[in-house]
Design a protein around this ligand. Structure first.
Ligand SMILES: [Zn+2]
Length: 58
């Protein structure tokens, strides 16, 4: 069982979608973008994107 890192509670709400304010009525979740080789030429940088998900402590 996962616990809250702050208060050690077991009452967690997992996998909550974080919706961007501008897209609150759509299916868009807030995303993070991670670049490979930071500092390299921008043209050759690969990026990886993923939706942010939150776990909320009850
Ligand atoms: Zn907590």
């Amino acid at each position: 069982m996962e616990r809250c890192q702050k208060c050690n509670s077991e009452k967690l709400i997992p996998l909550v979608k974080i919706i961007d304010k501008e897209h609150y009525n759509s299916e868009y979740s807030l995303e993070v973008e991670v670049l490979e080789k930071p500092g390299g030429l921008p043209l050759f940088r690969k990026s990886h994107r993923g939706a942010l998900e939150a776990t909320i402590c009850g």
